[in-house]
Design a protein around this ligand. Structure first.
Ligand code: XUL
Ligand code: CO
Length: 436
């Protein structure tokens, strides 16, 4: 039984191919900068968008044609959907997928029933993983859709909701371990606030930290060795999300002694919502050894919300890959397409076009970044720009050999600083464009 009978296995046909169901750049086994494309990019399909997205928006209901759906939210339908998903991921040639507990299995009437539903679907996920060799990049828990989480989960004013969320994360973590997941993600969901008059901000942050400490304890207890990832986002659904951006989340983790237990899953559209570029967020995370994984998508420059579009912008893809190559790869992380097809792209085949486009954009971004790095186009300039720190007074300051007083003496004797070099911004941007 095939759910995509008209779609062949997607293969690499090279840059001159006119076939919209082929890769023009993603050639999994091709070696770039000493490693196969497949190993550099570690692409993942996001189960929630690709198999649960309906196309609804605040102005109208869903539009997606999904002929395999029977209109129910039953366990049987959830199990069948797993078969559909794995046929899709296998035909696409994508090595990983990611899920929330409630995307893959329906919520039950009680917590116990929800756990049972999840177990019933996990059995099929496991079977399909074994059949296809497709792996779980990360699992996570949906602590934001159900009305019980309307005040947040671990930051709720209702202690029972904290307890419920703990039970849900314990289960999601155990299921991720059972499916040999490489990471586990914490996106803040409704952890944040809208109204300062009804919110005890400090108390909520203390609770969030307590929750994450419990998660770390449980991780160690069950022997899950994957990476814990925090996914920062500045706004939406709340006005003030507690994990605003990488810098904010770092401060939080350090304040509560959690910094050694977490890294970041950085998402493009979240970076832009924080009025950062993706490259800034990645450089920040990477600079502190905290870049673990990436949610690859993009926003719409004309719309101020999280549109989660498929990433097709080569410039951004090249910048992302520059940072990833700069830190020697993503390790156990990967590039997860946390992206949904547009409401107007409602046919199943559009799911293929969307993912092929994203994979090709990042394959091209990888090749561009590797070429820039190989030529040393930026590194030489960067080294030169900071040369004053390599010896003399700069090296002495870095080595901790100076104080305000010794520097005053130095400057009084010298009179004026050495002249500044040009930043050469335009020249550097032109150099980057040579590779595009
Ligand atoms: C929400 C978002 C989530 C996380 C997983 O903006 O990005 O889908 O990636 O909970
Ligand atoms: Co995301």
């Amino acid at each position: 039984m095939s759910y995509f009978p008209d779609v062949p296995k997607i293969v690499y046909e090279g840059p001159t191919s006119q076939n919209p169901l082929a890769f023009r750049h993603y050639n999994p086994d091709e070696i770039v900068a000493g490693r196969s494309m497949k190993d550099h990019l570690r692409f993942a399909v996001a189960y929630w968008h690709t198999f649960r997205g309906t196309g609804s928006d605040p102005f109208g209901p869903g539009t997606m044609l999904r002929p395999w759906e029977d209109g129910t939210d039953s366990v049987a339908m959830a199990q069948k959907r797993v078969r559909v998903a794995f046929e899709f991921i296998e035909k696409l040639g994508c090595p990983f997928y990611c899920f929330h507990d409630r995307d893959v299995a329906p919520e039950g009437k009680t917590l116990a029933e929800s756990h049972q539903n999840l177990d019933a679907v996990v059995r099929v996920l496991k079977e399909e993983q074994q059949r296809t060799g497709i792996r779980l990049l990360w699992g996570t828990a949906n602590l934001f859709s159900h009305p019980r989480f309307l005040h947040g989960a671990s930051t709720s004013c209702n202690a029972d909701v904290f307890a419920y969320a703990a039970a849900q994360v314990q289960k999601a973590l155990e299921v991720t371990l059972e499916l040999d997941g490489a990471n586990y993600v914490f996106w803040g969901g409704r952890e944040g606030y809208v109204n300062p008059y009804n919110t005890d901000l400090r108390r909520e942050l203390d609770h969030l930290a307590k929750f994450l400490h419990m998660a770390v304890d449980h991780k160690k207890k069950i022997g899950f060795t994957g990476t814990f990832l925090i996914e920062p986002k500045p706004h939406e659904p709340t006005s003030h999300q507690y994990d605003f951006d990488c810098a904010n989340a770092m401060a939080f983790l350090r304040t509560y002694g959690l910094e050694k237990e977490f890294r970041f899953n950085v998402e493009t559209n979240h970076a832009t919502l924080a009025k950062h570029t993706m490259m800034h967020e990645l450089l920040y995370a990477s600079g502190y050894g905290m870049l673990g994984s990436i949610d690859a998508n993009r926003g719409d420059p004309l719309l101020g919300w999280d549109t989660d579009q498929f990433p097709t912008d080569l410039y951004t893809a090249a910048q992302v890959m520059l940072v990833v190559l700069g830190q020697g790869g993503l390790g156990a992380g990967g590039l997860n397409f946390d992206a949904k097809v547009r409401r107007e792209s409602f046919e199943p085949i559009d799911l293929f076009y969307a993912h092929i486009g994203g994979m090709d954009a990042f394959a091209q971004g990888l090749k561009i970044a590797a070429a820039i790095r190989q030529d040393g186009a930026l590194t030489e300039f960067l080294q030169q720009r900071y040369a004053s720190w390599d010896n003399g007074i700069g090296a002495e300051i870095e080595a901790g050999k100076h104080s305000f007083e010794t520097l005053t003496a130095y400057m009084l004797q010298k009179g004026n600083p050495a002249p500044n070099p040009s930043g050469r911004q335009e020249m550097l941007e032109n150099i980057i464009n040579r590779y595009l």
